[in-house]
Design a protein. Sequence first.
Length: 289
Amino acid sequence: MIIDARVRPPYKSLKQVLASEPGARSPVKRSPLVSGYERTPSMVQKSWELFIEEMDAAMVDKGILVGRQAGHRIISNDDIAELRDRYPDRFPVALAGINGVNTGEAVQEIERTLKEMRFRGIAVDPGWWLPPRYVDDTHNFPLYQRCAELGGVLYLTCSLMQGPDISYAEPYRIQRAANAFPTLPIVVVHGAFPFTSEMLGVMIANAPLGNLWVIPDFFQFIPGFPGAQDWVEAANHYLGDRILYASSYPVRPLRQSLDEFRRFSYKPEVLENLLARNAATLFGIKVTI
């Protein structure tokens, strides 16, 4: 079984996160994030039906739907719930996008989505809020606290892209948030790239507390990106139960992401954990391997 732990299919408002066509930018200014990027039919046609077909073709059994509400990137949580309910076997878990700029409204949306709409947690992008915030800013803490109280999982997006500069991805800030909320499961999306060694250090230090997971996603498996093999060594020796696989579609296609991920030398039992068991354990998804 394969569980893709972070997908945003092109369904209604989720189309806003579709990656732009690589050729639309000047080759000189093209981001390395589109290195070797294949634009699939579901992306070109903005079709969630084709996305389902691409899941079948890639043999991805389930996907975790992840929202986003940051700056101009506003995905309706109602749209996410609608897609989840349309395909409950395909999308057993949905995480609500939360904009924390207005704390009162953010807490209300957490309560609405987790208590009334059966969302399993929240996804936040503090570096993209207006104004941006660091992940350990205490203004975020009421959101983390309410998510923890409701038994939710927090997806925390941290990378060189999520903020005005790369200081917004510094892992020690993630450690501070994890220490402040020891009962809150936190999944670090993008693995705090480019601070791979530092993030691994935080994961090692967090082991006794045990509330941190990480999704390195395309920052690991785009060929040539630094630190990629470090995640493999960590998984094979001491973090095999703390790393989740995700394509982060539509940033990268489903099948291409799996091909790029599988080229690494993971131990077979570790690969099974990363592709399915870890996400299944975190979210209580029944799996058959």
